[in-house]
Design a protein around this ligand. Structure first.
Ligand code: FES
Length: 585
């Protein structure tokens, strides 16, 4: 039944709160009279929840208060009632140890807020990396019609004068500083300007990738993802979102389940590959698919990647910032270029199909959005490898790596955790050469909350000799803004007994991207002996959310969601709950 609608009280969810002529109906209406809404309003107008992840400790989301006001205006213009609900805000750069584990907490926050309040539809306001998937996962589970609206990319004010910006600029600056080519004063000047304004990272990092993917999934309005945060056009879009949300609330659909089917996920993965998007999005899409009961695995990503060229010439895999991509037509233009690879009949919350949106789009600068037969780089944007070192899979963003390393055999240099990496990577005595394979473990979802440490730093000694890339392997993630030949999300992770735990310094590791293989070249009998000698790890967290996380988080190849949140929710609020409460009153 679309959107948890209830025929006994007039059809909509909100009718169950407001349209009943009984004591609970009286209490609900009289409570909201204090917020300025009349009995007539509440009984006759659809209700839109605006789920807002604004916080001033999260500058990526700093404009969301302003956008919420515009959404509110749009809802009212279209005859609806807007209510804003503040949710946990996850700042990627500020939260310790990493924002990633709190994605699932935000998703639960969103799901329960939607389910507990009388929303007929919701607008999801996110920006910084984890706020976007957290909101989507929660709303998908709640099953109420929804539209996603991002904060939009920041406008960098870098000191470089070129298109070096936001986090990709930071990584490049750090590399230059470590190799002695940038002064401390230059680095400090860069510090002040690299984010520039409110809004999320401005290259095709995780936030821009996820926002763009929302358009391809069909859960965001066409053209909404890449308009800069400070651009007046974003406010116009926010009002459009409000109006559309009121319409969805009035008609009770389409629901997330109507939009998020297997075709939508195929389209999203195709777009992700075409823009050279963040590997984090792989994890988020796997988790989202799990929420709506769509069978999705890493092999599907690899299959779609094989047929999808990199056509968006944006950083970190290309040259430009997302602002140029928007000027070239944004996601609708990308969809147009990708038409032969898409499910054109897939639905969207806007009302048109993906094919109709693509048909109406125009492609601007042909250097920024390339045709399928003239990609930015040859080969796939991402690759899934499996083998004795990653039985359940690992991923590589090949469009940001070095082809010369895609077939490589080298001795392992192992770091037990992030601290030992930080302590020893620049040790002059470290036994490492440019042929070494850097291995970081115990940073998977259970072992270390999966921080973005997958782009292990190149040892300073090698940096100074001009080495800029090496094969790096970990059970961590990597920032969508980063680059390098990094094998990420190794599953199962070391902390749950994956073979990554068995690697020793000097063991030979072989990466073969073309063959989709990642192997530890150690005799299986020797690995069995090492495994038998491994002591089970002690639980690091014994109380609170972190304990819940460690007990229930799934591995990266399943999206790192909680095992108890998988599967489509069909729960509805029983009326009996109200009856019991009123009896006590
Ligand atoms: Fe928030 Fe990059 S730090 S999107």
């Amino acid at each position: 039944m679309p959107g948890d609608r209830d025929a006994t009280s007039g059809g909509s969810r909100s009718a169950r709160w407001f349209r009943k002529d009984d004591l609970p109906g009286f209490i609900h209406r009289s409570t909201l009279a204090a917020a300025g809404w009349s009995r007539e309003d509440l009984m006759n107008r659809p209700v839109v929840g605006i789920l807002n992840t604004w916080s001033d400790i999260n500058p990526c989301n700093l404009n969301l208060r302003e956008l919420a006001q515009e959404v509110r205006t749009g809802v009212i213009e279209a005859g609806g009632i807007p209510f804003e609900a503040p949710l946990i805000s996850l700042s990627e750069n500020i939260i310790k140890p990493t924002a990633f584990p709190f994605r699932n907490l935000l998703s639960m926050d969103a799901e329960e807020v939607i389910r507990a309040y009388p929303f007929d539809a919701v607008v999801l306001l996110g920006g910084c990396d984890k706020t976007q998937p957290g909101l989507l996962m929660g709303a998908a589970s709640a099953g109420v019609p929804m539209i996603f609206l991002g904060s939009g990319p920041a406008t960098p004010r870098s000191m470089t004068g070129g298109p070096l910006a936001t986090a990709t600029g930071v990584w490049r600056f750090v590399d230059q500083m470590r190799s002695g080519n940038v002064s401390r004063a230059e680095f400090e000047a860069f510090e002040l300007g690299q984010m520039g304004t409110a809004g999320h990272c401005s290259e095709m990092g995780t936030a821009s990738s996820m926002s763009s993917v929302c358009e391809a999934l069909g859960v965001a309005l066409p053209g909404s993802s890449l308009v800069p945060a400070t651009d007046g056009r974003r406010r116009i879009i926010a009002r459009d979102v409000g109006r559309r949300a009121a319409a969805l609330a009035a008609q009770g659909g389409p629901t997330p389940a109507d939009i998020l089917d297997a075709r939508a996920f195929d389209n999203a993965i195709t777009l992700l590959c075409a823009v050279g998007g963040s590997t984090n999005v792989i994890i988020h899409l796997l988790a989202l698919a799990g929420r709506v009961g769509v069978a999705l695995d890493l092999d599907r990503f690899d299959a779609i990647a094989r047929r999808t060229p990199l056509i968006a010439n944006v950083q970190p895999s290309g040259e430009h910032l997302t602002e140029k991509l928007m000027a070239a037509g944004g996601v609708p233009a990308l969809l147009k270029a990708l038409r032969p690879l898409l499910h054109l009949e897939a639905r969207t919350v806007e009302g048109r199909t993906i094919g109709e949106i693509a048909e109406a789009a125009e492609i601007g600068d042909g250097d920024v959005i390339r045709p399928l037969d003239r990609p930015v780089k040859p080969g796939e944007s991402l690759v899934v490898v499996k083998g004795s070192l990653a039985p359940d899979g690992a991923v590589i963003k090949t469009c940001a790596g070095s082809p010369a390393l895609f077939r490589h055999r080298g001795p392992a240099v192992v770091f037990e955790d992030v601290q030992s990496l930080a302590d020893s990577i620049d040790d002059p005595e470290l036994d490492v050469t440019e042929d070494s394979v850097l291995v970081l473990r115990n940073v998977g979802p259970v072992g270390g909350a999966m921080p973005e440490w997958g782009m292990l730093p190149i040892p300073r000694r090698l940096m100074e000799r001009g080495v800029r890339d090496m094969v790096r392997i970990s059970d961590a993630r990597m920032s969508g803004t980063a680059y390098g030949t990094a094998v990420l999300h190794v599953a199962p992770e070391a902390a749950v007994g994956g073979p990554l735990a068995l690697v020793r310094n000097g063991d030979l590791i072989e990466l073969d991207v073309a063959a989709r293989r990642l192997d530890l070249l150690v005799d299986p009998a020797e690995l069995d002996a090492r495994r038998a000698a491994c002591a089970p790890a002690d639980a690091r967290f014994r109380r609170g959310y972190r304990s819940l996380y460690a007990l229930h988080v799934e591995q990266a190849d399943r999206g790192c969601d909680f095992d108890f949140l998988r599967g489509a929710s069909r729960e509805t609020l029983p009326d009996g709950l109200f009856d019991g409460w009123v009896g006590g009153w």
